[in-house]
Design a protein around this ligand. Structure first.
Ligand code: GDP
Ligand code: MG
Length: 364
């Protein structure tokens, strides 16, 4: 029988020496299951909402059947293309001199590009008398906002005998765990060994959800009991990965509101534990942003960036929003590259971000 302990350690983590004991028992380190050999029933979420952060949306089991059909960017952007982009394209038919620039600006704002940035884009596009059309001018100005990112990007270790470390962070329900499942599958398919660390210790269901993804793609898995210190899970995961020469460690974390300073401190502690266990490791800290949250997501992202130093962004649920302009806003706000976009719930629906292809798909 499974005993649930009160998550004592989730209260404010004081800024003290980071020593901890193992009051919650030895960690569980599970070897990789044979890929697809283990098929567990999807985990039903507990009825009680996550106390880490009130969920903005209903929590689904979030372990969809493995369907590897590669996702399609232009399909994923269908809502955005049909939404603000179709109105924008309509407005941009005329040459730069004749365009109704106020309406263009309004349309960009409606598409989540953000007020100040929309103004700058319009100002620059307007000044480009050389552009063959207003559309070309706006398209080029938008494209210029995106940070170059190689679609073949993957996390690399700091030293040959170390694992690469990925820490997934963000608020609740943005798609962190699902994205980890998709990433694990991708890296396993590329021949890497992967270890998943269940550092979302807040609910037993969160640990189980990650374990299912782990089993499915043949990853190794490290977890503690629910309520354990997430930093300890990360520490043990790195230890196990070093001992077993694992290529990539991906740590799941509990969703947290950026306004809860104790939870942000807890995240900073996880980050420091990585630095301490693997000095110079330069872990990838991916902020998982739900594209449907729009401009609110920027405020979250800024605090996460200040706390743990984001190195990349995963923009999920682009298929569910008509406001794909958030891509421009987030990169402009943080100067951190978008590495992947989520365009659906299938395994293949996580696409490496290619800035040029993204702009083309928006304007197609
Ligand atoms: N439509 C769509 N749904 C997604 C995407 N990524 C994740 N989801 C769904 O978002 C919900 C929350 O995902 P989960 O990974 O549990 O979020 P977490 O709380 O951040 O770990 C689940 O129902 C996922 O299937 C995406 O790119 N598109
Ligand atoms: Mg999760």
């Amino acid at each position: 029988m499974f005993l649930f302990r009160k998550p004592k350690q989730r209260e404010v983590e004081p800024e003290v020496e980071e020593t901890w004991e193992w009051p919650l028992g030895e960690p569980t380190v599970e070897p990789a299951a044979e890929a697809s050999a283990v098929e567990r029933a999807a985990v039903e979420p507990t009825a009680e909402p996550s106390a880490v952060e009130p969920s903005a949306q209903p929590v689904a089991p979030a372990v969809p059947e493995p369907d590897e059909t590669p996702g399609d960017l232009s399909e994923g952007l269908q809502k955005s293309r049909g939404g603000f982009m179709s109105r924008l394209r309509g407005l941009l038919k005329s040459g730069p001199a004749a365009a109704d620039w106020d309406s263009v600006e309004e349309m960009l704002i409606a598409g989540d590009v953000g007020g100040a940035l929309a103004g700058e884009v319009v100002e620059r596009a307007r000044a480009r008398k050389d552009a063959p059309s207003a559309e070309a001018a706006v398209r080029e100005e938008l494209a210029a906002l995106l940070i170059p990112s190689d679609p073949r990007w993957r996390p690399v270790p700091a030293a040959p005998d170390q694992p690469a470390v990925l820490l997934m962070v963000g608020v609740n329900g943005t798609g962190k765990t699902t994205t980890i499942g998709k990433l694990a599958h991708r890296y396993r398919a590329e021949g890497s060994t992967v270890l998943l660390a269940a550092a979302d210790t807040f609910r037993a269901a969160a640990i189980d959800q990650l374990r299912i993804w782990s089993d499915r793609s043949g990853c190794q898995f490290v977890s503690h009991v629910p309520g354990a210190d997430p930093a300890a899970v990360v520490y043990d995961a790195i230890d196990a990965a070093v001992a077993r020469h694992v290529d990539i460690v991906i740590a799941d974390t509990a969703g947290r509101l950026h306004t809860k300073s104790n939870l942000m401190d807890e995240l900073a502690k996880m980050r420091r534990v990585i630095d301490r266990r693997l000095p110079g490791a330069a872990p990838e800290v991916l902020f998982v942003l739900d594209a449907t949250t729009g401009q609110n997501g920027l405020a979250q992202a800024r605090v996460f960036h200040e706390t743990v130093g984001l190195t990349g962004i995963v923009l999920t649920k682009l298929d569910s929003t008509a406001k794909g302009g958030i891509v421009f806003a987030i990169e402009d706000a943080l100067h951190v590259p978008v590495r992947f976009v989520g365009v659906g719930e299938k395994l293949g629906d996580l696409l490496p971000f290619d800035p040029a292809a993204f702009v083309s798909a928006l304007f197609a």
